[in-house]
Design a protein around this ligand. Structure first.
Ligand SMILES: CC(C)(COP(=O)(O)OP(=O)(O)OC[C@H]1O[C@@H](n2cnc3c(N)ncnc32)[C@H](O)[C@@H]1OP(=O)(O)O)[C@@H](O)C(=O)NCCC(=O)NCCS
Length: 143
């Protein structure tokens, strides 16, 4: 059995992916516009998330770009809500990234936060229906 977790915080975020799709197409009507690039650079982790967005943008894959950006946004809003107030004041979207462990279980993490709080982990759960997306985060202390 793994370590036992004690819940320290929870967070949830619900959004319409269509709003992100419209935002991506707001200027120049294409997903590989300068505006979409700046938006993705503000939201996505430069090494762990941005490359897959850029690859999808290069292929003009609007659906995939929308899912990457909206999933990441919702996961980060949920992670933000799970944090203590002092840590919320330092929160930067692009410091955080989603990842899956070797068995496909989703997490969200920030390397800086992890350095300061090595015994914490952020469990992530995401669900979609049509253009609704919900993300739920549990912040827990591993004992
Ligand atoms: C506070 C914040 C998380 C609210 O999110 P939102 O998308 O505007 O609204 P949501 O409907 O998802 O959430 C609203 C609920 O969040 C909760 N909430 C408000 N402040 C909160 C906080 N500091 N921590 C945790 N939960 C909070 C409240 O319960 C609120 O609902 P209520 O007013 O009915 O009680 C968001 O506005 C925010 O500040 N995010 C910070 C991240 C950031 O820096 N964003 C900009 C990056 S470019």
């Amino acid at each position: 059995m793994g370590k036992v977790g004690v819940v320290l915080g929870i967070g949830v975020d619900l959004l319409k992916t269509s709003r992100f799709q419209q935002l991506l197409l707001k200027h120049e009507k294409q997903v590989n516009s300068d505006f979409a690039k700046r938006l993705s650079q503000r939201i996505l982790h430069p090494k762990r998330e941005l490359p897959s967005f850029e690859e999808a943008a290069e292929a003009n894959d609007l659906r995939r770009c929308t899912l990457i950006l909206s999933g990441s946004w919702a996961a980060k809003e949920a992670a933000f809500k799970s944090l203590d107030i002092e840590d919320q004041s330092e929160f930067q979207f692009k410091d955080w990234y989603r990842f899956y462990n070797g068995r496909g279980k989703p997490y969200i993490q920030s390397d800086d936060y992890q350095l300061k709080n090595p015994d914490e982990e952020f469990l992530l759960s995401i669900s979609h229906d049509v253009d609704l997306l919900v993300a739920y985060v549990t912040r827990q202390l591993l004992k």
